[in-house]
Design a protein around this ligand. Structure first.
Ligand SMILES: [Mg+2]
Length: 99
């Protein structure tokens, strides 16, 4: 499905169910993913279930970005954090290679 179709569905969901309901859904879906990851850590997880819950989380997070109108702001934060993370990792690798 292309991004335009996805966004159409997200906007329809927000309009139909309302902001509050979709915010609750994000929390609910994140907890379902948490549960699947916990099961995996106890060797009772299934990749299919993790993928299913991860898809739910991505779908609800996309709606959250629309509700708050923060898509570009999230991308800016991601860009900053990924650059910082890469720099820190490079420093840690350099330190590890020295010692
Ligand atoms: Mg779910």
């Amino acid at each position: 499905m292309d991004k335009e179709q996805e966004n159409k569905i997200y906007n329809e969901a927000i309009e139909f169910f309302g902001d509050t309901s979709q915010k609750v859904m994000v929390i609910e879906e994140m907890s379902e993913l948490t549960k699947e990851l916990c099961k995996d850590l106890r060797d009772r997880g299934h990749v299919e279930n993790i993928a299913d819950e991860l898809a739910d989380v991505e779908i609800t997070l996309a709606q959250l970005k629309i509700i708050y109108q923060i898509h570009d702001l999230v991308e800016e934060h991601k860009d900053f954090k990924l650059h910082r993370f890469a720099k820190n990792m490079a420093e840690l690798k350099a330190q590890k290679n020295k010692g």
